[in-house]
Every structure is written in structure tokens, then in C-alpha cells.
Design a protein around this ligand. Sequence first.
Ligand code: MN
Ligand code: MN
Length: 305
Amino acid sequence: MNPQTLQKILTAGKIASQVRRETAKKLQQPGFSYLQAMDEAEKRIIQLGGQIAWAQMAVNDVAAHYCPTEDDQSVTEESQLIKVDIGVHLDGYIADNAMTIEVGSSNQYKDHIKAAQNALKAAIKLVRPGTQLWQLGEAQHSEAQALGLKTIRNLSGHTIDQYKVHGGISIPSFNNKDKTELQAGSQIAIEPFVTEGTGLIKERNPATIFMIESQRSTRSLYGQKILHFPEIKNQNGLPFTTRWATRSLGKSIALLGLKQLQQDGIIHAYPPLVEVAKGMVAQFEHSMIVEDKPKVYTRHQDDEW
Ligand code: MN
Ligand code: MN
């Protein structure tokens, strides 16, 4: 990896970890607006010199893939289990990281939080060239089990490439017998999700997260407008969220445009992922470069995992 690329990755990681911690701290207070938290997270990424890959959150039995819409009135409530997932990039070199907080001070879900942290830590300890993917999965699952919980089997970590959040290789959070070996110099994200539920997620509409998956053209005028917004066009395959379109176009027109773009196969929708038994879900995630001693480039000085 050339030094400029490495520098971009490390800088993206620094910004992503900072914004993740700041955002989580806000959401830990009862009565804090989801929308405000995500708007401010996006602004902070820019302010700190990064580019927005995404700022997402997920509450309780929702594991991932949620962004507030522009008219979302929700505020944090005592004992909600909130995942903050922040992605930052510099010229497509991505840092992906997440953490979970429980709102307020009742500490009802401290085992969920601890289990996900332990799972991530245990997997990172095994990261080096040659480690087989099932080993990372096994380590995560056994940490969850030690606290009476399970990992979510149909969610996984992943390799990361330039402008590609999922670089093609999935990193399991249980022993799936995959003997693929980690490669020196590759970028990976490890992200155990733990729950007391069934350990599976399903999609639940409506989606608030989209990615452009085809460069083909559309006859939809509203769709064309959406594709021409600089903040959406410049994502180059990274996600965007509903309110980036509704704030410029108005809600009804933007929603129609998004629908037509989906029908044309130009954008793909990523609905919220919900635990099938409504189990509470905690997640922790770091991005790293595989080396004999991995470079965990999203670790913040206050992270204990
Ligand atoms: Mn993530
Ligand atoms: Mn990820």
C-alpha cells in the first residue's frame, strides 16, 4: 500500500472514531433527537476534513440500516439500546466503525454491550495473515455465548475496497467452516451483533438508505434530479439517505423519484434490519489493516475494545 493511501485510511479512521464517540455521547442522554444527532454527525465529518460515507443509527431490535427522515420526531428514551455506525472516507478510502450505548443510566443491557465488545476484541486478537475466517467467527460467537447471548448469524463483517463498503469477502460471526485465509495488507471490518433473540435478522420496510448500483439512464425526471444532486452523485457507489433527496426536492416528489429509480434498477434500497424475535441488539465494529499486528485504524483513545 502506498504511503498516501495509508495516510488517507488512517485519517478517515481518526475522524470516524471521533464522530462515532461524539454522536454516541449525545444519544446517551434521554430526550435527544435522532435527526439532530445524525445531521450533526454528518456536519462533523466534513468539519474534521473527511467525506461522508454514511451516518446511521439503529434502535433496540433494529440491528442496522436506519437513518432518520427529515420529519422524524423521535427522541432517545431511557434504556433504548442504540447503535451508532459511522463511515468516513477520503477519496474512497473508507473507515467503518460502530458502537452501542444504552440511553440513560439504568444499565439494563450491559451484558449485550459487554458481549459485543468482547466478541470484537477476541476476533481482533486473531487477526493476522493466514487466519481462517471461521476462526474469527468462532471467537465472536463463544464470547457472546459466555454471557448467555448469541451473535446474529446472517450479519457479517467484510473486506473493504476503495469506494466499496463490502469488498466481496464476508467475515462471519459464528463458525461457518469458511477456511478462506486473511491476506496481508487487506482492509477488513469486524462487526459482531449480539442478541438474546433468535440470532437472525430480516428486512423491514420502508428503507431510508440507498445505493446507486447501475449507471443506466432513467426517464423519470424526478429520478434524474436525484441522481444529479452533487452529494448523491459524488457518493460513487457509497450510500445516501432519503433526507438528502427530500430536503432539496420536497417529500412527495423525492419519494416518487426514489421509487422510480428502484423500479428502473438504478438504485438499490437497504431497509432496516430487524431481529426476527424482536431481540435487543448490540454491535461494535472496528476497521483494520491485516498485518502480523493489525492496524486497527478506527480505535479511539477512549475505546476499551
Ligand atoms: Mn458499520
Ligand atoms: Mn461494516
